[in-house]
Design a protein around this ligand. Structure first.
Ligand code: ATP
Ligand code: MN
Length: 466
């Protein structure tokens, strides 16, 4: 084939007709008659395909037969104005090379629609569907926008460890990391002798980079982490993964109000970025899965998120129950909200995103700043329509004395946390931070219903395939 530079489909669709072009990609469909074949080619650069028009008299029958759904092609030809393809341009094929054949009998993704559940069992082909193409491009755009937002605001990207000896906050059950031979675990005085393990201590995969993040923030001011997080929660919900990505900004000199303002500005920026840069893919997902998607994205931009305390929210929920609303789980002061409660507040009561603050201290982590009432702490959860909690954060306890007292009250080991407590011992400052679950954000932005469908290789209980 004549050597000209390949043009991506995304760029071809915007190009002026008349030029000689080279396209490469995978066949989505082939149709036509004896004289002429129409081939839809997609290369993953856009949700749209480029139409290839092949005059059958110019090509060997044996070559045309190899062009089946899923096969890969290089096509050189003239870009011409299109009459019927629904696109402005198409390629009049001059040369076609089949790069990789695709046995139509064995190929599991035929034209007919296949369910998302089924697709999870064919990981390699799943990513080649229109749906996953859209999701992967949106996921990439959101990751890029996250780095851009923080970079533009002067935050430092901090890499916190994935292997840790601290259970950050009791945020979730942890996966243990060990090189001990599990068929003959060394014991000493009736317990596992971790001194013989790789690190000489019991270690696990991290559930949060926050504690290390606080060390970064109290050194360079404003940091964020963006990395994988592991929680062995056996919950099997459409909103939990065992391995997910989390973004955790941590800021010195921010109080809870500054923290809320940043969280609101941040998620609005990301939603706006998606609307500005991913519209083709959003339209596809809107039409195929969730007709309210684009409207919902716009709806969070035009409003100020409702700030409400946990105590006020309990009053609202109890009032709703008195008025006949049925929740599956009971609600009273002191309980952690379930997603049905969160969604009631957002979707039915306020009709906009909600930032809940000032939770009972007993349902929150040891590091949250204690309020003067002795009962509540300055935590904040950002709740979104359709999802419930998307962000969890707090102002951190800056007082050495109060922090140590709380660690003792919660029967945690001060000794293991000395490295962290030192931030309060030497030049402590007010500071705050939060964690945004990347896949929860993507659930909102893509409108997908199951968190497994916004990550390329989901890890959930009993599933770590591929
Ligand atoms: P939830 O109550 O929904 O389990 P959480 O209180 O355990 O959340 P945090 O510990 O505050 O959550 O974690 C911060 C953020 O990380 C959450 O707001 C959510 O967006 C995300 N997140 C937490 N657990 C998971 C998970 N298992 N899979 C995906 N995202 C998660
Ligand atoms: Mn959880």
């Amino acid at each position: 084939m004549e050597t000209i530079k390949r043009t991506k489909v995304k760029d071809l669709l915007k190009s002026e007709p008349g030029q000689d072009v080279l396209a490469k990609g995978w066949v989505r469909t082939k149709r036509g008659n004896k004289q002429i074949k129409f081939i839809s080619l997609n290369d993953g650069s856009t949700i749209y395909n480029i139409q290839i028009v092949a005059d059958t008299s110019k090509f060997e029958e044996s070559l045309l037969q190899k062009i089946t759904t899923g096969s890969s092609l290089a096509v050189r030809g003239k870009l011409v104005e299109s009459v019927g393809s629904g696109q402005a341009v198409e390629i009049q094929a001059a040369e076609i090379e089949v790069l990789g054949e695709c046995d139509p009998v064995r190929y599991p993704l035929q034209k007919k629609d296949t369910s998302l559940e089924y697709l999870r069992t064919v990981a390699h082909l799943r990513l080649r569907t229109n749906t996953f193409g859209a999701i992967l491009r949106i996921r990439h755009n959101m990751a890029f926008a996250i780095h851009k937002f923080f970079n533009d605001n002067g935050f430092v990207y901090l890499n916190t460890p994935l292997i840790t000896e601290s259970d950050a906050e009791g945020a979730g059950d942890m996966f243990e990391v060990t090189t001990l031979d599990l068929t003959k675990v060394p014991m000493k005085d009736g317990v596992i002798d971790y001194s013989q393990d790789f690190f000489g201590k019991r270690t696990s995969l991290t559930v949060s980079g926050q504690l290390e993040g606080e060390l970064g923030a109290t050194a360079v001011g404003e940091i964020y982490t963006f990395g994988p997080t592991f929680r062995a929660e056996n919950s099997n919900t459409p909103r939990h993964l065992a391995e997910f990505w989390m973004i955790e900004p941590e800021m010195a000199f921010y109080d809870i109000a500054d923290n809320m303002a940043l969280a609101e500005e941040f998620v609005k920026y990301l939603v706006q970025y998606a609307l500005d840069n991913c519209m083709d893919d959003l339209k596809f997902l809107n039409d195929k899965y969730d007709n309210g998607l684009i409207e919902r994205l716009h709806s969070v931009l035009g409003v100020q998120f409702q700030r409400v305390t946990y105590t006020e929210a309990v009053d609202i929920l109890e009032e709703a129950v008195r008025n006949g609303h049925k929740f599956e789980f009971p609600v009273h002061w002191g309980t952690d909200f379930q997603s049905e409660h969160e969604r009631f507040l957002v979707e039915q009561h306020f009709g906009k995103p909600v930032i809940l603050t000032d939770f009972p201290k007993d349902i929150k982590a040891f590091y949250m700043k204690q309020n003067e009432d002795g009962k509540t702490v300055r935590g904040m959860d950002v709740l979104f329509p359709k999802i419930g909690e998307i962000i969890g954060g707090s102002e951190r306890e800056a007082s050495l004395e109060k922090l140590e007292k709380r660690i003792d009250e919660m029967h945690m080991s001060r000794k293991n946390l000395e490295w962290y407590i030192d931030t309060r011992r030497f030049g402590t400052v007010p500071h705050s931070g939060f964690g945004l679950g990347f896949e929860r954000l993507l659930l909102f932005v893509t409108g997908m219903a199951n968190i497994r469908d916004v990550i390329p290789f989901p890890r959930t209980p009993k599933n770590a395939e591929f």
